[in-house]
Design a protein around this ligand. Structure first.
Ligand SMILES: NC(=O)c1ccc[n+]([C@@H]2O[C@H](COP(=O)([O-])OP(=O)(O)OC[C@H]3O[C@@H](n4cnc5c(N)ncnc54)[C@H](OP(=O)(O)O)[C@@H]3O)[C@@H](O)[C@H]2O)c1
Length: 261
């Protein structure tokens, strides 16, 4: 039986992995929240991995507040880069295969055709830069790893675009949403299944992998879709906000593509 450590288990993807884990009886999971295991604590990581014979580590731990990362870049780099470096070092030492989750925000969003795993990253905000630095540590330290980049994660867990819009639809008369950014919304459950299926797959590919939802859309279109799916007739509440400005710049067209066909 393969033993799997999930870091950042209190987060959206971590909780989603917990929900689906029972469908994978061949895997024995340990879910570690930040309180259980802080990936920026090198000594704690070392003893955690030394004392348990893990085969895989799924790193979902991250500083994910994109505007917060712009304001507090040092903290974002501490988790998304330095913490990932420590984790990769501990995985290397204890022969654990690292599956590290990364983001479409490593790209600048200028490529209209979308991005393949081998395209050159060029982040335009501190969050993307910190995540790219983390990727580089993984690639430098480990020979066998998976860096799975995904985008626009949503689910019933935590605060994400889906839960925020769903709440606002019930509370507000009009909800302004930008139409200026395009991406691929990805259900965290689909990403979770993809990760666990990767572990089970004997033919798997290592290296950088892209996984994102099937449809390409703007945030405005995504909000409309959420409203329509709720079936409460609230879709008219979603309006385009042409003046939307976020504190951190966001890539305009960060569409992940899986493979060169
Ligand atoms: N959300 C998205 O739209 C999106 C898109 C593309 C890629 N991703 C990537 O997907 C992964 C999972 O994202 P998510 O949506 O599940 O994020 P999330 O809900 O913010 O979860 C991240 C978790 O990491 C924990 N954490 C923060 N610092 C830590 C540390 N030093 N040590 C251990 N744990 C720490 C957080 O704990 P606290 O809650 O206690 O702070 C939180 O529970 C991340 O790598 C993210 O970069 C996310």
């Amino acid at each position: 039986m393969n033993r799997v450590l999930v870091t950042g288990a209190g987060g959206q993807l971590g909780q989603q992995l917990q929900e689906i884990s029972s469908a994978y009886p061949e895997l024995k999971f340990t879910f570690a929240s930040q309180a259980d295991l802080d990936i920026t604590d090198e000594e704690a990581l070392e003893s955690y991995l030394k004392n348990s014979a893990f085969d895989y580590c799924i790193n979902t731990a991250a500083f994910t507040d994109v505007d917060g990362a712009e304001r507090f870049a040092e903290q974002a780099f501490e988790v998304n880069a330095t913490g990932v470096k420590y984790l990769a070092m501990a995985c290397h030492k204890h022969h654990v295969t690292l599956i590290h989750i990364s983001t479409d925000y490593v790209f600048d969003g200028k490529k209209k055709e979308g991005y393949f795993p081998e395209d050159i990253a060029n982040p335009i905000n501190a969050y993307g830069a910190s995540k790219l630095q983390g990727e580089m540590y993984v690639r430098h330290i480990l020979e066998q790893y998976a860096i799975i980049r995904s985008s626009w994660l949503y689910s019933d867990y935590g605060k994400n675009f889906y839960t925020t819009i769903s709440k606002k639809l019930l509370e507000e008369k009009s909800i302004g949403v930008t139409n200026a950014q395009t991406g691929r919304p990805t259900h965290a459950k689909d990403l979770g299944k993809f990760i666990l299926d990767w572990i089970m797959d004997k033919q798997r590919q290592y290296g950088i992998i892209h996984f994102a939802g099937p449809e390409i859309m703007t945030w405005y279109e995504f909000a409309k879709k959420i409203a329509i799916e709720q079936g409460l007739g609230h879709e008219g509440k979603i309006v385009k906000d042409n003046n939307y400005r976020s504190f951190a710049p966001r890539p305009a067209h960060s569409v992940l593509r899986m493979h060169k066909a």
